[in-house]
Design a protein around this ligand. Structure first.
Ligand SMILES: C[S@@+](CC[C@H](N)C(=O)[O-])C[C@H]1O[C@@H](n2cnc3c(N)ncnc32)[C@H](O)[C@@H]1O
Length: 190
């Protein structure tokens, strides 16, 4: 069932809430599935910035977008998402998405880390337009993600309610550290 996948939830929420033809940031490019969604939404007038620290992720994403004839609207950036402010202006993005962890089948050493993830969330919130949305797929399990999840949730708890709406979801009846879809909206009046 598709509802069992956290990535399905995050993509559905983006489709529901985010206008087409805008500016989007995929902060964790990986195999390019979220970059592809954003490129489809961007159309001819929009723009997509996608980040990853692994050349392999850029290659996979480039190939995927090329196969769909959607390379033109995307800027694939080999850099950590914690530096996204070097590429994108404040209050310019309609959506920013994160899918934390490691590339499926890839090295756990290249997984996202608490410190850089929180810096990237902080910068992503600055980059979001008022009214814009951030989605986060938060994972932990095995040898990764526990500290990152704890630190992210701690950081999000401190965001001012008049500036951000933060919705944290859980697969309530699933055992063994299920993933956590999180959605944030930036106030229109910030
Ligand atoms: C779970 S995967 C992303 C999956 C992707 N959304 C997809 O559709 O396939 C997490 C990705 O984050 C990347 N990553 C790790 N640290 C990063 C950082 N500081 N900045 C950007 N990407 C990072 C990893 O290389 C990995 O490709």
């Amino acid at each position: 069932m598709k509802q069992s996948q956290i990535t399905w939830w995050c993509q559905e929420m983006i489709r529901l809430w985010v206008p087409e033809g805008g500016t989007y940031v995929d902060a964790t490019m990986g195999n390019g599935n979220d970059t592809l969604l954003f490129c489809r939404m961007a159309g001819k007038s929009g723009k997509v910035y996608a980040f990853d620290i692994q050349e392999e992720a850029l290659k996979k994403t480039r190939d995927l977008l090329y196969s769909q004839n959607l390379l033109d609207c995307a800027e694939l950036i080999l850099d950590g998402h914690e530096h996204m402010d070097r590429y994108i202006g404040k209050n310019t993005a309609d959506a920013v998405c994160f899918n934390f962890g490691y590339l499926p089948g890839g090295s756990h050493a290249a997984a996202t880390r608490a410190e850089t993830s929180i810096e990237a969330i902080r910068k992503g919130l600055c980059i979001l337009k008022p009214g814009g949305m951030m989605s986060l797929c938060v994972y932990c399990g095995g040898d990764t993600g526990f500290e990152e999840k704890e630190q992210i949730l701690k950081y999000l708890k401190e965001l001012l309610p008049k500036e951000y709406i933060v919705i944290v979801n859980e697969y309530y009846n699933r055992r063994n550290h299920p993933p956590m879809p999180v959605f944030i909206w930036k106030s229109e009046n910030i």
